[in-house]
Design a protein around this ligand. Structure first.
Ligand SMILES: Cc1cc2nc3c(=O)[nH]c(=O)nc-3n(C[C@H](O)[C@H](O)[C@H](O)COP(=O)(O)O)c2cc1C
Ligand code: SF4
Length: 485
């Protein structure tokens, strides 16, 4: 939005018209698909990353940045005015690019929140002091955006609540501030997230944090606001949680972010009455936020197609030209996903697992306290494989002679073979060997019995595809690629 407010690489700088045609290609498609698309106007104030912006971070009073040790620059009056106009110009560009609205971003101790919060706004001019002064920037900004973009344009306001942190605003203060903004009638919705840059772990709450984190505040806001509708974010995760929040009047709308990374078809499946087909996010933060925070494109631990949509179709499947018999060896996470994808494409799939349950070592992870979402994922795979007609053979060791030669067992046409995680690559090298050595292996895992590992090692020889996690450096990690192609 402005050169002084860059937090992560890949944020779009809305400071000239070049963004308009680029975004138009996205907005047209989204609207053609029947959805509404709104752009967030994002300035992090003090919390920038100067490695990316090569500029001082502008903030109300020059407070510290959570991100680096550079601190920030206390804006002059002229600079405050420059940032106001930058927001308005960005909103006008968003409209020209086809967005149906903008979300003014005052969440997580961002620039606007820094103005609102007495700790970070110690100004003595018209932009600081009492509530009226501290909210002047955001009220002025929203007023100008409304004037510039018209009555039909949606204007939202994103806020967040960081209960645990002393210097951030409490629920009462937030209600008072939002009431002030709501009275103008310019704000169409308020969306409430959790945490702040000063308490980062609640922003994208992992399994450690529980679910539905913001409903106490959204319920309060519902009582306080007359015009704007209220959205609950953070840990809504499932449509069932969303329904419960809306049905009990705790919010008017819900937001599900990671849930739609884990299953991009979540909304459609709900609309089609197929909620049980939704692959539920396991709140691990490993591949979505874990990658984003290091400036990589995002993916998902349980949806490998996330971030590879052009290559793998976004978890959409085209029928294979020539369906084959596919034998998947090992029902750990990689084997389960490979079996599912192959069956979705119309291959005839059999999955063989040495232990009595699916899931491999991921199931062991699911047995830890608060990791039940992983076990729900195992149930989902079982349901999907069942619906897709995949033959699942548990408690079954395959001997090398059962999967002969280059992966073509007797009586079958063509079988890309896939390795189990307990398998040891030929030559006793790599991660599989480590598994074998430290084999205080979990009950029910493929590695529990030495025989399973020995057999895994035999199977690893001469395969044209060996792909599951734990396979060593000789393994070919194209696990899903072997059946997607
Ligand atoms: C990869 C990723 C990027 C995010 N980027 C933003 C962002 O740009 N602005 C924002 O307000 N929230 C952002 N969030 C936070 C989400 O909007 C949301 O509040 C958070 O993920 C909790 O909701 P969930 O439990 O439905 O995932 C991001 C979250 C993730 C996982
Ligand atoms: S990586 Fe996937 S499963 Fe894990 S939190 Fe992110 S979206 Fe959810």
């Amino acid at each position: 939005m402005h050169r002084t407010g860059v937090l992560t690489r890949g944020n779009f700088l809305h400071s000239d018209d070049r963004v308009i045609p680029a975004f138009r290609t996205i907005t047209d498609e989204v609207k053609d698909a029947g959805a509404v698309i709104i752009q967030q106007l994002y300035h992090v104030g003090a919390h920038g990353d100067s490695d990316l912006s090569f500029a001082p971070h502008w903030s109300p009073s020059g407070g510290p940045s959570y991100h680096d040790s550079d601190g920030s620059h206390a804006m002059t009056g002229a600079e405050v005015e420059e940032l106001l106009e930058a927001h308005v110009a960005a909103a006008v560009r968003a409209k020209a690019a086809g967005f149906q609205g903008v979300e003014v971003w005052a969440a997580y101790h961002s620039l606007l929140d820094q103005f609102w919060t007495p700790w970070s706004n110690q100004r003595t001019d018209q932009w600081g002091g009492a509530l009226e002064g501290r909210t002047r920037f955001s009220r002025e900004l929203i007023e100008r955006v409304r004037r510039a973009c018209g009555e039909e344009f949606i204007v939202g306001l994103a806020v967040s609540y960081s209960e645990a942190y002393e210097v951030t605003l409490g629920a009462e203060a937030l209600c008072e501030i939002l009431d002030l903004h709501d009275r103008t009638g310019h704000v169409d919705y308020v969306t409430v997230g959790a945490g702040s840059y000063l308490e980062f772990e609640s922003i994208i709450p992992a399994f450690t944090h529980g679910e539905k984190l913001t409903t106490p505040l959204t319920a309060q806001l519902k009582g306080a606001l007359r015009h704007a509708v209220v959205t609950s974010e953070a840990g809504v995760r499932t449509p069932e949680n969303g329904e419960a929040i809306i049905a009990s009047g705790l919010a008017d709308l819900v937001s599900i972010v990671r849930g739609q990374i884990a299953d991009p078809h979540l909304a459609r499946k709900v609309a089609e009455g197929r909620s049980s087909d939704i692959r539920g996010c396991i709140s691990c933060n490993q591949m979505c936020w874990g990658r984003r925070s290091r400036d990589y494109w995002i993916s998902c631990l349980i949806n490998p197609s996330a971030g590879r949509e052009f290559e793998w179709g976004g978890d959409r499947f085209s029928p294979a030209a020539a369906p084959k018999d596919v034998l998947v060896i090992g029902a750990g996470p990689a084997g389960l996903e490979a079996a599912r994808v192959a069956a979705e494409r119309g291959h005839r799939v059999e999955i063989v697992e040495a232990s009595g349950v699916v899931g491999g070592q991921l199931r062991l992870a699911g047995m830890q306290p608060r990791r039940g979402q992983i076990l729900e994922l195992m149930d989902w795979y079982e349901r999907q494989l069942d619906q897709l007609g995949v033959t699942l053979r548990l408690n079954t060791f395959l001997e090398a002679e059962e999967v002969a030669g280059d992966g073509v067992p007797a009586g079958r046409d063509r079988v890309p073979a896939l390795g189990a995680s307990g398998g040891i690559p030929a030559g006793d090298r790599g991660g599989g060997r480590l598994v074998a050595r430290s084999c205080a292996a979990p009950r029910g895992s493929a590695g529990r019995r030495g025989g399973g590992l020995r057999r895994g090692r035999q199977l690893a020889r001469g395969r044209d595809g060996l792909g599951a996690g734990g396979a060593g450096e000789e393994g070919d990690h194209r696990h899903a690629g072997a059946v997607r192609g």
